[in-house]
Design a protein around this ligand. Structure first.
Ligand code: PRP
Ligand code: ZN
Length: 293
């Protein structure tokens, strides 16, 4: 079983070493059957059952590594990719690690709108996005670039206000800052290098994407089983939009059938209510581990 790997053909994927995206990205990779461990200690991790190497990096470095072709794929916040203006392709928005880049100012200051920033010093780790935002509005600010702990800049009198990431808002509150306006909403994205890849790597990316899309779809779907009178089948089909060809099994009891299908989780309760009205009974819902579409 010990197949040797040609490391030049391994897909290289960049993920955040430690931070808000790490756990969910690791869960996602495990969820699509990519096995690895020791990612907390190593900067590069070989996976056991898919031709993938993981590179554990600071999130801020990921877009450039992917742009330069050092990594083929990367999981990173949209905020970082936009800020670095990296030349990469966004393959998917992944709806985790959500946060926003916002203007914030001390409670005690009289800065309440973007216009109040005119002539002020603004501390941020996002100088490009901040410059664009105020530039587009014709507001003149002096940007103080800081790489971390931006929230304490006003207390240190290094700046009058800040532009920073907000998730729960806890950090702002703890530092006596009020969130004023959002510059951009952000989520984790899967990005791909624009460098030309070998046929082998392209194929690996395709397989990776099929698994990932199936896994994400499974998370948003539930398996549904129900019993219904034969006469209600047409109405039931019309209630479940995604149901192209449901499995319909005759039951021992005359004139009754069992129906099995997959339904979108976000419409689950509405669908169940309508199904009950249409005569369905014994509705059972099960989670789906994975699916390939
Ligand atoms: C961001 C930001 C704040 C914090 C806000 O840092 O710089 O410190 O999160 O989160 P909260 O609103 O939930 O308190 P992040 O963890 O993304 O680290 P990084 O920007 O240094 O990579
Ligand atoms: Zn960072």
């Amino acid at each position: 079983m010990n197949r040797t790997k040609d490391s030049s053909t391994s897909l290289r994927i960049a993920i955040q070493k430690s931070g808000r995206l790490t756990d969910k990205t690791v869960d996602l990779l495990h969820g699509i059957g990519i096995d690895f461990d020791n990612y907390k200690r190593n900067l590069m991790v070989k996976t056991r059952n898919f031709d993938v190497e993981l590179l554990l990096l600071r999130d801020d470095d990921i877009p450039e590594y992917v742009q330069d072709g050092v990594c083929d794929l990367g999981f990173v916040g949209a905020n970082v990719t936009r800020e670095t203006q990296a030349d990469v392709t966004v393959l998917r928005g992944l709806n985790y690690g959500n946060c926003r880049l916002s203007l914030a100012a001390p409670k005690s200051a009289d800065i309440r709108t973007a216009d109040d920033f005119d002539g002020k010093k603004v501390a941020t780790s996002y100088p490009n996005l901040t410059r664009d935002f105020f530039g587009n509005k014709g507001i003149d600010v002096q940007i103080v670039e800081i790489s971390g702990a931006v929230e304490i800049a006003p207390q240190l009198e290094v700046a009058d206000a800040i532009v920073d990431l907000v998730s729960t808002g806890g950090t702002l509150r703890a530092n006596g800052l009020i969130e004023l306006e959002t510059i951009m909403e952000s989520e984790t994205e899967l990005i791909r290098t624009n460098h030309e890849l070998s046929p082998g790597k392209k194929e690996l990316i395709e397989r990776f994407m099929v698994r990932m899309d199936g896994h994400l779809q499974a998370g948003k779907s539930r398996y549904m089983m129900l019993n219904a009178p034969k006469g209600s089948v047409d109405e039931i089909k019309s209630i479940i939009p995604s149901m192209k060809s449901p499995t319909i099994v005759p039951l021992a009891e005359d004139e009754m059938v069992a129906i099995h299908t997959v339904v979108p989780f976000n419409e689950l309760w509405l669908i169940m209510e309508k199904l009950k009205e249409a005569g369905a009974s014994d509705i059972v819902i099960l989670p789906i581990e994975s699916m390939i579409l």
